[in-house]
Design a protein around this ligand. Structure first.
Ligand SMILES: C[S@@+](CC[C@H](N)C(=O)[O-])C[C@H]1O[C@@H](n2cnc3c(N)ncnc32)[C@H](O)[C@@H]1O
Length: 234
């Protein structure tokens, strides 16, 4: 299970350098893809789950426009401090930042929810439930992040070493999204970065029974054909 006290300590140390540490072109591509999959429209209300320093805010703001609303929730006061500075510098108006564990947060009825590089939250059944209870029926839900590579081996040891600074559990590292997608319909799973990253998307507001794997569609970008284990093509 994720360890919130450990996460607080990790991000207290990492907040100041977080944006630099997470600025590779590959990660930026995954972020862009996740935003595309959110299919945001002007005026939408968007929930950025465990928003951290707000790296995704600019893309969300561009998509929803001045009539939209962005709510970011995060456990770490230090990460949110960076997010707050970003909002002020950019002059965005309708952005609300909630300092809280997702599990206990008072979340808005959003049109879309993004889980970006937030493995711990995806592995917390209570946090996933909280978000899916809050969003509107039919809301777009997207998750993206790092995962174990399908063929495993030494590469995964390196991956884990990198990820260790940002997660407190490796539970479900093969399919970090499974607790979320069990509650979504129209699920699509996309592998990126040779299978070491993923973007999953779907719609909220369906009975878990209806959301079973027959609706799961797996894709991968042309040069990144590695399909994560357990994903069935439609
Ligand atoms: C790797 S950062 C991701 C930040 C941002 N979403 C991004 O894409 O860069 C993970 C974030 O999850 C937050 N976090 C971890 N557990 C959480 C929880 N239970 N509730 C809220 N935030 C949590 C951490 O404080 C941290 O800011």
């Amino acid at each position: 299970m994720p360890d919130r006290a450990q996460a607080l300590r990790q991000y207290r140390r990492r907040a100041a350098g977080y944006d630099r540490g997470f600025s590779s072109r590959a990660v930026a591509r995954v972020r862009r893809r996740a935003l595309e999959r959110l299919e945001l429209t002007r005026g939408a209300v968007v929930l950025d789950v465990a928003c951290g320093t707000g790296v995704n805010f600019a893309g969300i703001q561009r998509a929803v426009g001045p009539g939209g609303r962005l709510v970011g929730v995060d456990l770490s006061p230090e990460m949110l401090e960076v997010a707050r500075a970003r909002v002020e510098t950019s002059g965005w108006r309708d952005v609300e930042l909630l300092q809280s564990a997702v599990e206990e947060a008072d979340l808005p009825a959003a049109d879309a929810a993004l889980f970006s590089y937030t493995h711990d939250v995806l592995r917390s059944p209570k946090a996933v439930q909280r978000v899916l209870d809050a969003v509107r029926p039919g809301a777009r839900v997207v998750a993206a992040g790092l995962k174990a590579m399908p063929w495993g081996g030494p590469v995964n040891t390196v991956l884990r070493r990198i990820a260790r600074s940002y997660v407190t559990t490796f539970d479900g590292f093969d399919e970090p999204w499974d607790r979320l997608t069990a509650r979504l319909s129209d699920v699509r799973v996309e592998a990126m970065m040779l299978g070491s990253a993923y973007v999953v998307s779907g719609h909220a507001g369906v009975d878990p029974v209806d959301a079973d794997p027959p609706g799961v569609k797996a894709t991968s970008t042309a040069s990144e054909a590695a399909r994560p284990p357990g994903i069935r093509p439609s």
